[in-house]
Ligand binder design. Structure first.
Ligand code: ATP
Ligand code: MG
Length: 306
């Protein structure tokens, strides 16, 4: 089983929407996929999967926030295809694929303290997901949150010693996002420092990190840009590529990127084949999500740095 931690330094990077789409496409490849909404202050996965009952988290408690605090013995879970309002999503399935959402709580909030009970409950949740699923996504809050520290401490618990953890750092393709992404991994109180304090091997942890560049614009004149705009953007793109290399986020550690998608600019959702065949969503966007999903599960992509 693979545990995938989706993280970003900034908010609004596309972390949740991209992770939901990757989870969907993995389930379409026949994988059993769990999606844990660890963005406790703002759980959005229910909305993205179009499950109106839990569109902002589980309404009456029972979600992950309450589970981690010890309020309920098990976390609420929802079969996405059984409960989505979107008929086409409920019907598009692979016979052996599954997609199960563990929602946050509508009344939840960011944790401000972390205790041993939370770490124990989190580890036991990850361990039970490892028994049942091929891939488990954990959508963490933006920034250097308690959720991040919780994930790092839980994965050091003995029952998870054989589990493969992968860290995806999502960022937009801008100067500030590149610097922020670097800071989240390498900076003070970042992933590597917090991980080392939790007992992780720093090299192993660094090798389990890959970056996802989101909503990267097309830079050529065919995309409707004026020549001066295209030339300026091309120069900026070169500058950004150099900045990415300087910030240890060059192409060898990039899992992939997504293009700017008009549908996602106005609506957080899973993009289905039917959205492409209706010519509403771009084929390149679905290709990008599928490519990310394939590379996520490809051991060679993750082992080439070791
Ligand atoms: N490839 C894309 N093209 C255009 N818009 C996108 C793309 N990916 C995501 N978005 C949009 O960007 C916004 C932010 O995305 P999302 O909510 O997934 O980010 P996030 O990093 O999870 O944010 P938060 O920190 O608030 O949880 C959403 O409106 C989403 O639909
Ligand atoms: Mg989010």
């Amino acid at each position: 089983m693979v545990l995938v931690f989706s993280a970003s330094d900034k908010g609004g990077t596309g972390r949740s929407v991209t992770s939901c789409n990757m989870a969907y496409w993995l389930s379409m490849d026949g994988q059993k996929v769990a999606y844990l909404d660890f963005d406790f202050g703002s759980p959005t996965a229910g909305g993205t999967f179009e499950i109106s009952r839990i569109d902002r988290g589980a309404p009456g408690g029972g979600g992950l926030h309450e589970y981690l605090l010890g309020g309920n013995g098990s976390a609420a879970r929802v079969s996405v295809r059984s409960e989505t309002d979107r008929v086409e999503l409920s019907r598009s399935r692979h016979p052996s694929g599954r997609l199960v959402l563990f929602p946050g709580d509508r009344s939840g909030s960011e944790f401000t303290v972390l205790d041993a009970g939370m770490v124990r409950r989190c580890a036991s949740l990850f361990a039970s997901c490892e028994q049942e699923f091929d891939v488990t996504f954990v959508d963490l809050s933006a920034g250097r949150s308690i959720a991040l520290a919780l994930a790092l401490q839980a994965t050091m618990e003995p029952q998870l010693s054989d589990v493969i953890s992968r860290w995806l750092i999502f960022h937009r393709w801008t100067r500030q996002h590149i610097v922020a992404g670097h800071g989240l991994v390498h900076g003070d109180h970042g992933l590597l420092q917090t991980g080392a304090q939790s007992g992780h091997d720093p090299n192993k942890l660094r090798n389990s990190v890959r970056y996802v560049r989101t909503a990267v614009p097309e830079l050529n004149e065919a995309a409707g840009l004026r020549p001066a705009q295209a030339a300026w953007l091309q120069r900026q793109n070169d500058t950004l590529n150099r900045a990415a290399i300087r910030n240890e986020m060059g192409s060898t550690v990039v899992l992939g990127q997504t293009p700017v998608e008009p549908v996602l600019q106005c609506r957080e959702q899973v993009i289905l084949d039917i959205d492409v065949s209706a010519r509403i969503a771009n084929e390149e966007t679905v290709d990008a999500f599928r490519h990310l999903a394939v590379r996520l599960m490809n051991r060679a992509v993750w082992e080439e740095l070791e």
